[in-house]
Write a protein that binds this ligand. Structure first.
Ligand code: LMR
Length: 395
């Protein structure tokens, strides 16, 4: 049966981790996958998560099935985390299912759209996360792109984005990154969100908002500003969220797919259909990560601790952005990289070419995604000199 299969190409992001692990150079630097690292290069379990795990070990009484939607408490807590005290929650228009990570949420969103209208077109930003197209294609959707990042001027190509959005037929879906755009780090400002929200309402496309980095940009509420504004404007939308980064629960695979319906009755139907989509995929989501997040968000003390830990991660990344640019100048790079300090979250494009990216890997053991995306959280005060000197050499 399988003899006709060909070996697939390595994953553009996760494939780098495999090479990095095998590299024996003591100076190696991993700027690949979007994983937070501390000053020592580690990704420790958050203290609030450790506390929640202790609580869970002591208080868990059963491993019985939770059902396809996952934990109702987690789902309520996560809807409030992303939407705040929004009218769509008060109007009982939100239905959430827990999913295996943010990727699971995107897949469920894609399949729900495809079940509603097979072969629907979803528009994704150019560029977007390397896995978005694959996930939506696997769910049966047709993919198109809208302009987003201006590679030449290292900024948002907002006029081109708006022009493209104006041409989108009613009934299509449009994927938007809530914050910390992956891979460019360029986010919409408040006025731009307003324009996009108005377009969504006027044109009638369905926004699918991916929020995988809430808390890594400007803060938990600011990072959700755009999606909350969007929820004010449109009758229906989908939100895919992840607890991988902001709770550091990467391998526990916990995220959520939240649907906003026109009214409570319509939300009931969409929620019920979404549950059937889950049932035929993986029956029900893993419970552990959800239990930790609901424990943290149900406790004022643990929530405050989490906010502190998230702030520390966010501020370290922002500090590394500044230091990176300063050290590039100090180490003789004349090209202007100051745009890195204006971007949000873990990622920025260096804007260097494929040969230079390959030389960084082959000669200096520095691992950058092929698009020139770097994970700024992989920088530290101890590797930034080696990194910037190496960049200076390949430039
Ligand atoms: C990334 O973009 O690096 C992360 O979201 C990890 C992944 O799964 O690709």
């Amino acid at each position: 049966m399988f003899s006709q299969l060909q070996h697939p190409p390595a994953d553009p992001i996760l494939g780098l981790s495999v090479k990095f692990k095998a590299d024996t150079n003591p100076n190696k630097i991993d700027l690949g996958p979007g994983i937070y690292k501390d000053e020592a290069g580690n990704t420790p379990v958050l203290a609030c998560v450790k506390a929640a795990e202790k609580f869970r070990v002591e208080n868990e009484t059963s491993k019985v099935y939770l059902g396809s939607a996952g934990s109702a408490l987690f789902n309520d807590k996560i809807a409030s985390l992303i939407l705040g005290d929004h009218k769509v929650i008060r109007e009982n228009r939100v239905r959430t299912v827990s999913t295996p990570g943010g990727t699971g949420a995107l897949r469920i969103a894609g399949e729900l759209i495809n079940k509603t209208k097979p072969g629907t077109t979803i528009w994704v930003s150019n560029p977007t996360w390397a896995n978005h197209q694959g996930v939506f294609k696997a769910a049966g959707l047709n993919i198109e792109t809208y302009p987003y990042y201006d590679y030449e001027n290292k900024c948002l190509d907002f006029d081109a984005m708006v022009e493209a959005l104006k041409q989108i037929p009613a009934g299509d879906a449009v994927l938007l990154h809530a914050c910390c755009h992956n891979p460019s780090g360029m986010d919409l400002n408040k006025e731009q969100w307003q324009q996009v929200a108005e377009l969504a309402r006027e044109i009638g496309f369905t926004p699918v908002v991916d929020i995988a980095y809430q808390g890594f940009g400007q803060g938990l509420d600011v990072d959700a500003y755009g999606l909350r504004l969007m929820a004010d404007s449109v009758d229906e939308m989908i939100i895919c969220s992840s607890c991988s980064k902001n709770f550091g629960l990467y391998r526990d695979r916990i995220g959520a797919c939240s649907i906003i319906g026109k009214n409570a009755a319509s939300a009931d139907i969409i929620g019920a259909v979404m549950v059937t989509v889950v049932r035929v995929n993986y029956s029900m989501p893993p419970a552990h990560g959800a239990a930790l997040v609901e424990t943290i968000l149900s406790s004022d003390e643990l929530t405050a601790q989490w906010h502190g830990e998230l702030q520390e991660m966010r501020e370290r990344i922002a500090g590394m952005r500044q230091l990176f640019v300063e050290k590039l100048v100090e180490n003789g790079v004349t090209r202007d990289f100051s745009f890195i300090t204006t971007q949000n979250g873990m990622f920025s494009f260096l804007g260097i070419d494929g040969d230079q990216i390959q030389r960084l890997q082959d000669e200096f053991s520095i691992y950058v995604v092929g698009s020139s995306r770097v994970n700024v959280a992989g920088l530290s005060t101890s590797n930034v000199d080696y990194l910037t000197q190496s960049i200076a050499k390949v430039l």
